[in-house]
Design a protein around this ligand. Structure first.
Ligand code: SF4
Ligand code: SF4
Length: 324
């Protein structure tokens, strides 16, 4: 039993998988930025991106399910050459699926990516975009020089097309702390963000998601270099909130890699922690999405480790922000 499982057990909580509602696909590690907090270690030189063949296998499987939402993450999903093909195939399904892209807004201003705003509008893609602060210094420190101004320009463009103004064009922002501390109250920060973005830049957005930094990959290296890794883990462990457990994203999400391999969440994917209990449920240990039998899905235990405290600290954290 690892320390997270022990803590769950001591608190009387059980982390139980439910029927999947979201298929989250990490379609590649390619990105034009190299943010400090990035749990994917994404960057401009990464070569790992999904192929058309893998897209087809995933979408053939998805089309036969009742999963309602497709959540595309990366890297910067739009940099994957077959991104548009993938969206158009999903929009060709008989059944409607909500499509989310975890957009790095700066890509809109890069040559060759001018198509993004109109394409996203046409296909009613829900945008979830990182905006870790409304002050340029903090954003540039965390994400790179010039990122703040470029993001502002991109959001203004998306607003001008109706994003965050028309009911079917949603644009949400993501805040994550600029260091080794927990996010503040999401409700309070939303009020500050809405006011600052509107007053200073004329920008509107729908919801703000506060996400806790996960002490893995690039952020773990940063903490280690500054001698803060252990202290940050202590903070996460001490802030364990049992009320978050039933709403964690691993309970209703299937996470898939650019190769089609299945994981409990994007963090486990980055740590290469595959599914648990495969022997009892599947003959073949290399589990790809197209081999999943959804009848057996809820029987498989969720694979946890110490980093899971990053999801249960304080008000909790998931791809949709606070959980309680
Ligand atoms: S956090 Fe997002 S924008 Fe930043 S390097 Fe990672 S994938 Fe790219
Ligand atoms: S890190 Fe993944 S497996 Fe662990 S609690 Fe968070 S979502 Fe669940």
């Amino acid at each position: 039993m690892n320390i997270f499982e022990q803590t769950l057990s001591d608190s009387g909580q059980v982390l139980k998988r439910l029927s999947p509602e979201i298929l989250q696909i990490n379609i590649g590690k390619l990105c034009n930025l190299t943010c400090l907090h990035c749990h994917v270690n994404a960057g401009p030189k990464r070569k790992e991106i999904i192929t058309k063949e893998t897209i087809d296998k995933i979408l053939d499987w998805l089309e036969k399910t009742d999963i309602k939402t497709v959540d595309l993450t990366g890297g910067t999903p739009e940099m994957v050459p077959d991104f548009q093909y993938m969206i158009e195939r999903i929009r060709g399904f008989k059944k409607w699926r909500d499509i989310i892209t975890r957009l790095n807004a700066t890509i809109i201003n890069e040559p060759g990516y001018e198509w993004i705003p109109e394409f996203h509008k046409k296909h009613k893609i829900i945008i979830i975009a990182s905006m870790p602060c409304y002050s340029p210094d903090n954003v540039n420190e965390q994400r790179g020089e010039g990122v703040f101004d470029s993001s502002i320009k991109a959001f203004q463009r998306l607003n001008s097309l109706g994003y965050a103004q028309e009911p079917d064009l949603k644009m949400h922002f993501v805040y994550n702390p600029n260091g080794a501390f927990l996010p503040p109250s999401q409700a309070a920060l939303t009020i500050d963000y809405k006011k600052a973005m509107k007053d200073h830049f004329g920008i509107l957005f729908n919801d703000l998601y506060c996400i806790t930094n996960m002490p893995i990959s690039r952020f773990a290296s940063y903490l280690k270099r500054n001698g803060e890794l252990e202290k940050y883990y202590d903070l996460l462990v001490q802030s364990f909130n049992p009320n978050t457990v039933s709403s964690l994203m691993c309970t209703n999400t299937i996470n898939v890699s650019w190769l089609g391999e299945v994981f409990d969440c994007d963090f486990n994917q980055m740590l290469k922690l595959g599914l648990e209990d495969l022997d009892s449920s599947y003959e073949n240990k290399s589990l790809y999405l197209w081999n999943i039998d959804l009848q057996k899905w809820t029987d498989i235990a969720i694979r946890t480790a110490k980093h899971c405290f990053g999801c249960t600290a304080g008000s909790g954290s998931s791809c949709g922000g606070e959980v309680v």
